[in-house]
Design a binder for this molecule. Structure first.
Ligand SMILES: *Cc1c(COP(=O)(O)O)cnc(C)c1O
Length: 416
């Protein structure tokens, strides 16, 4: 079956009530048939429901659907995108290890890698995503993963997937790609050799700014790397499960360990209600990502021809430095655009005059949003630091929604 059909039907078997929509199993726990049954579930001899912290039937439907759309063997939903990124990293590292991260990354993933994990004895090294060959000199025997984004938030850069995954394969290092801004309808990182995909499902997947959620997805071939001595936690007994060895027991060792060990112990579990919102979101994701992208392309055209605007950044704009890679890998460039006005004051005035766009530090809502990084997310930085961070003080970021594009263009025209 094709993606849109999978997104609407996969993984839901109707019970005797024949409900058309997946029921929300708003429950903490599940009854066992008897103590033998309970013992078998706890010993992983039999599959079944135990406790919603490690699994829930509503959440399972979402996990099956997102795994299929990303061509993974399995998926795990989490309470937020950051919990997903944290699980992807913490499933692979121990104190004394290091990770390699793209120099164009979401702010939360940067602070997690360079500040919080540092206190747990994990070192982070940046690689220049525009020069993936630089990875060769950064990988050592303690390197456990390479983290990058398919369309970076907020830089909007596009990576050379094949070069990164080739180098990672040569050294048997796991690659983790955050596919939040592109979605599987624009690019499927697993088809390009990526081992683990993560999402902030709070963005395009839920689609209307109604919930915080995340997920991670395991490629069928991730196990080839997990079997090497770089990843002992997958090849040696887990005493908390009577000596279970993840690579021996499972075809999906990465997700199994993330669920059985990390969700069990860290507990950043998604609410079944939020899983249900994600199921609704997936039903229309293929239509929405196309509509967001088509609206964005028209707005980019308008902005690039406006005399007040110094520069527009969008991966599908011919003059953009990411254009060639974007055209090679992406079906849609999504709804996020950034552009430069002459000064801090000009940007401030522009934002204050918008009527449809709301001033919000979020992206990928069905409603159009605007952000001025210099006065919000990057406020502490000096003029020089702003330029070095690729965030000039006149930079404005737009997240194009699903409104009629003519109204959006009118709004922008009025504010400019
Ligand atoms: C928003 C975002 C995150 C964090 O997701 P939350 O759901 O807000 O925790 C991670 N990566 C990217 C690319 C994002 O845009």
């Amino acid at each position: 079956m094709k993606d849109a059909t999978l997104a609407l039907h996969l993984g839901y078997e109707k019970d005797k009530e024949k409900a058309m929509q997946v029921p929300i199993y708003m429950t903490t726990a599940y009854e066992y048939e008897n103590t033998d049954h309970a013992a078998k579930l706890f010993d992983l001899e039999e599959e079944g429901n135990i406790y919603t912290r490690i699994g829930n039937p509503t959440t399972k439907v979402f996990e099956k659907r997102i795994a299929a759309l990303e061509r993974g063997v399995d998926a795990l939903a989490t309470s937020s995108g950051m919990a997903g990124v944290f699980y992807a990293v913490s499933n692979l590292v121990s104190s004394g290890d290091n990770i390699i991260i793209s120099d164009k990354l979401y702010g939360g993933s940067i602070t997690l890698s360079t500040q919080t994990l540092k206190r747990f004895g994990i070192a982070a090294k940046y690689f220049d995503v525009k020069n993936p060959e630089s990875l060769e000199n950064l990988i050592d025997e303690k390197t456990k993963l390479i983290l990058f984004e398919s369309i970076a938030n907020p830089a909007l850069s596009v990576p050379d997937f094949e070069k990164i995954t080739q180098i990672a394969k040569k050294h048997s290092v796991i690659t983790v790609c955050d596919n939040t801004l592109a979605t599987p309808y624009s690019v499927k990182p697993i088809e390009l050799g990526v081992d683990i995909v993560v999402h902030s499902a709070s963005k395009y997947i839920v689609g209307n700014g109604s919930a915080i959620a995340g997920c991670l997805i395991e490629a069928p071939f991730a196990k080839d790397k997990l079997k090497t001595k770089r990843y002992p936690q997958f090849n040696t007994p887990d005493e908390s499960y009577h000596g279970l060895i993840y690579n021996e027991k499972f075809d999906n060792p990465f997700i199994s360990r993330a669920r059985l060990a990390l969700l069990r112990d860290f507990g950043a579990v998604i609410s079944p209600f939020n899983s249900w919102l994600l199921i609704l979101g997936l039903e229309t994701l293929h239509l929405r990502i196309k509509a967001h992208s088509e609206n964005a392309v028209k707005i980019v055209e308008f902005l690039s021809n406006h005399p007040k605007i110094k520069k527009v950044n969008y991966p599908f704009l011919k003059s953009d430095e990411n254009y060639d890679l974007a055209k090679r890998y992406l079906k849609y460039a999504g709804g996020i655009i950034s552009f430069e006005l002459g000064s801090y004051e000009e940007a401030k005035e522009f934002v204050s005059k918008l009527k449809i766009f709301s001033l919000v530090t979020n992206i990928s809502d069905s409603k159009s949003l605007v952000t001025h990084p210099a006065s919000t997310t990057h406020q502490q930085l000096s003029k020089e630091e702003l330029i070095n961070a690729g965030v000039p003080e006149g930079l404005v970021r737009l997240s194009i929604g699903l409104e009629d594009v003519d109204d959006l263009v009118e709004d922008l025209k009025g504010a400019l």
